[in-house]
Design a protein around this ligand. Sequence first.
Ligand SMILES: *[C@@H]1O[C@H](CO)[C@@H](O)[C@H](O)[C@H]1NC(C)=O
Ligand SMILES: *[C@@H]1O[C@H](CO)[C@@H](O)[C@H](O)[C@H]1NC(C)=O
Ligand SMILES: *[C@@H]1O[C@H](CO)[C@@H](O)[C@H](O)[C@H]1NC(C)=O
Ligand SMILES: *[C@@H]1O[C@H](CO)[C@@H](O)[C@H](O)[C@H]1NC(C)=O
Length: 287
Amino acid sequence: MRLFIVSVVAVLLALSCRFGMSEVVSKFDTCRKFFFEGQPPVIPDILNPNSEHVRYKKICQTYSSQKNDKIYTFATLYDTESRIPVFSAYKYTGKGNFTRPEIPWMIEPQLDPPDGNMIVPYRNQAIDEDYFKNNYQVNRGHLFPSGHAADEFTAESTFTLTNIVPQNISFNAGSWNRIENKTRDSMNTDCSDDNGNISAFVLTGAIPGKNRLNNRVNIPSYMWTTFCCRYNSRKITWVSQAYWGINKEENEDEPIRQKSLQELQKFLSEKYKYNVQLFKNNCKKQK
Ligand SMILES: *[C@@H]1O[C@H](CO)[C@@H](O)[C@H](O)[C@H]1NC(C)=O
Ligand SMILES: *[C@@H]1O[C@H](CO)[C@@H](O)[C@H](O)[C@H]1NC(C)=O
Ligand SMILES: *[C@@H]1O[C@H](CO)[C@@H](O)[C@H](O)[C@H]1NC(C)=O
Ligand SMILES: *[C@@H]1O[C@H](CO)[C@@H](O)[C@H](O)[C@H]1NC(C)=O
């Protein structure tokens, strides 16, 4: 028995070293700073703010080689059945001066704890190999894109498969990349905090579709994104933008149009069959 325990601990240690140090949590408490007013979205049946869900797991994301300096970089709600995230939430503060990191993809060991076997089957998440079996013309699409990160450390932390969905290759490089650029430009010019620093709360998510990559990883039908921020120098005006697009072959004749937060919430509420609220008070704040 003792040997058994020792070996499990050894496996856990090995995994935590190789795969980063993110945390699967029962509440988003330790990473609530990535949500507007500290409040995660309301998605009944999928996101229960105060308790654990068997299928949907909350992850406070970080990336560190050193154990004792845990710096959280964003938050993810992960669907262990579809093996893709529901959304990632982050604070945009301007893109840092770095080039796209070239690092191996990470997984989240806590989603698949070893059950006494030395070989972990990874039932609850996508792994690198799933993306090699590519009969659907998809590649890895970030929800929190590394090009929205404030520094290289944060950019590297986005290279976890828990922040990734299978995205049509031409859509990933085309319209969706244009939306990432467009929201980045808007946030750079429109969004600032009391000190005049760029600051915006972003939520980006995916809606599960009908096909599965490698018979495991759901290929989402839609991707969506929205941000909420204080409009430059106007202390009481909060603004938001929202977008969604179909995860299919690029069609430049049908560009993704800007929508309101309310329209996105209506769209998501129809998909999820419950009333979805993405930002507290619909991105309104006093003072
Ligand atoms: C960005 O980083 C590069 C390489 O370190 C440096 O040469 C360049 O001056 C930096 N640019 C800015 C705007 O800081
Ligand atoms: C988005 O911006 C990046 C960096 O500014 C640029 O390299 C890329 O071509 C842009 N993407 C599109 C689709 O315009
Ligand atoms: C925000 O602005 C203040 C005052 O100008 C500055 O001291 C601080 O370093 C800035 N914070 C960030 C994260 O850039
Ligand atoms: C995805 O894009 C590729 C081209 O990049 C296209 O050939 C393929 O049919 C697309 N798949 C879907 C499901 O739209």
